[in-house]
Design a protein around this ligand. Structure first.
Ligand code: ADP
Ligand code: MG
Ligand code: ZN
Length: 481
């Protein structure tokens, strides 16, 4: 019997506000433990939370980009549980009345066709602190860092619409891309800015009813997400085919062994005793607020890719690569605009520019030592024949290393291309004189030797000769006389 995988994902994304969701402490990652805390985020008695307006702004951006309906009124609740990283004894989250509902985004299914994945709800909540377990021999204690406590999160809950590990991964990639484009999340999975819980069940292919699901917590990479789903699918199918039963439970993925392990069953599940937080007012969204956010929305990745294909005649693959970040897409557009040839601009951005950016410790593109205007200046030198393509690549690397303009470097290194026939004639004659056998063979019909002659002249001129000019000159000497 064939079994179908059914998956729904809960994605937690950290919002990139400057300050926390209910207090004014900074959210920056990597600071000294407990250096970004105050009575509110430490949960001291009597401290009162105040909602950060920016968090709601960000949520509205997310709503517009994921086709969600904005609730005119939403509310914060207390989710009660005990854990040392949660000093208040409850997490402030949205429960019955989330701020966003009923959305969708489009991803490719395994056959490459577009498919909508439904978004059930998106709600706001605060993050917890972080426990540190010192690796000191005999240490019988843990330490608590509350810098992350009260950092704003959105939890994005999908419908159980996903049918394969690939689809799950593409869905999270698409979400991440949207959040990063919007500028509301840095998308950094290593630093925990995006965390995924995967709910998975299986059912006989072609049937409607869902099977019992397991929830795999805290998957922090696309690879682990796919591995965990593949493993869990096999485990559930094995169970069902050998007369066993899937129990509803929370599981953890052990990335070293590549397996999922049971953590707690439904019977042991928490009763969170949710109730509305009396310290916070309901969140009321006037329609005018949504309109203002709509006006400030950037072009989203799907729209940008489509426009790049249309307006610049780029392939789907090139448009994908250039739109992989907003900065890269902007950089490309500025080079293309100034230079006038989008294909050449695309090739240079996808080649030399990306190669530099992918090196360790490369600066962010906004601070690149070769701004788009400079690259366009370099491309103009290629177009007007001053530089060969190879020489231009050498100049580009030098521009990147020194931050200097192309014209200076070309003059200094004497890299101008030699197009003047009289200047090339001596070199061509020398090459022909040095290779009498090849000349005879060429004249006897071995035309493929043209490449050999061109190569010799290029070597003699250290790559500076204009290949077209060399070709012409060689042809007239070999065939004309
Ligand atoms: P909980 O309250 O336990 O988190 P929800 O009903 O909110 O449960 O569902 C959480 C996630 O589980 C959602 O993404 C949903 O799509 C997914 N889900 C629900 N039922 C199933 C199922 N039978 N198989 C796979 N995923 C499921
Ligand atoms: Mg849940
Ligand atoms: Zn604080």
């Amino acid at each position: 019997m064939a079994w179908e995988m059914v998956v729904g994902l809960e994605v937690h994304a950290q919002l990139r506000t400057r300050t926390k969701i209910f207090c004014g402490c900074p959210t920056a990652f990597g600071a000294e433990p407990n250096s970004q805390v105050c009575p509110v985020c430490m949960g001291l008695p009597g401290a009162l939370p105040v909602l950060n307006r920016k968090v709601v702004d960000y949520a509205l951006k997310v709503a517009l980009a994921t086709n969600c309906r904005v609730a005119p009124v939403s509310r914060f609740a207390r989710k009660n549980y005990f854990y040392p990283d949660l000093p208040k004894g409850y997490q402030i989250s949205q429960y019955e009345l989330p701020i966003l509902e009923h959305g969708w985004i489009e991803v490719a299914d395994d056959a490459g066709s577009p498919k909508r994945i439904g978004i059930t709800r998106i709600h706001l909540e605060e993050d917890a602190g972080k426990l540190l377990h010192p690796e000191v021999p005999g240490a019988d204690y843990s330490l608590v860092d509350l810098n992350r406590a009260c950092v704003p999160l959105v939890e994005i809950v999908s419908e159980p619409d996903i049918r394969s590990p690939g689809e799950a991964s593409r869905y999270v990639k698409k979400l991440r891309e949207i959040l990063v484009y919007l500028g509301v999340c840095d998308g950094n999975m290593n630093e925990g800015s995006l965390r995924v819980d995967a709910n998975i069940s299986v059912r006989p292919a072609g049937t409607e009813a869902f099977g019992t699901r397991a929830e795999i917590k805290n998957l922090n990479s696309f690879k682990f997400l796919e591995q965990a789903l593949r493993y869990e699918y096999e485990r559930q199918v094995d169970l069902l085919e050998t007369g066993g039963e899937v129990v509803q439970e929370t599981r953890l993925f052990d990335s070293h062994r590549g397996v999922t392990v049971g953590m707690r069953s439904k019977e042991e599940a928490h009763d969170y005793r949710y109730f509305p937080d009396p310290d916070l007012l309901p969140v009321v969204i006037e329609p005018g607020w949504i309109d203002a956010v709509r006006d400030s929305l950037p072009e989203l990745p799907d729209a940008k890719r489509a426009r790049f294909r249309e307006a610049y005649g780029l392939s789907a693959q090139d448009a994908d690569l250039l739109c992989s970040s907003r900065d890269l897409a902007d950089y490309f557009e500025r080079v293309a605009e100034r230079h006038g040839d989008p294909k050449a601009a695309a090739n240079w951005v996808m080649g030399p520019v990306l190669r530099q950016l992918n090196r360790d410790e490369a600066p962010p593109l906004a601070d690149a030592p070769v701004p788009p205007g400079r690259l366009a200046d370099l491309l103009a030198l290629v177009r007007d024949g001053t530089l060969s393509n190879n020489a231009a690549k050498e100049v580009f690397d030098e521009m990147w290393a020194t931050g200097r303009p192309p014209a200076d470097l070309v003059a200094e290194k004497g890299l101008e291309q030699i197009t003047d026939t009289s200047a090339l004639e001596a070199q061509v004659d020398a090459v022909l004189a040095a290779s009498p056998d090849e000349v005879a063979a060429y004249r006897a019909g071995k035309k493929k030797l043209m490449g050999f002659f061109v190569g010799q002249v290029m070597r003699a001129t250290r790559g500076k000769a204009n290949p077209q000019a060399v070709n012409q000159l060689l042809r007239s000497k070999l065939e004309g006389g």
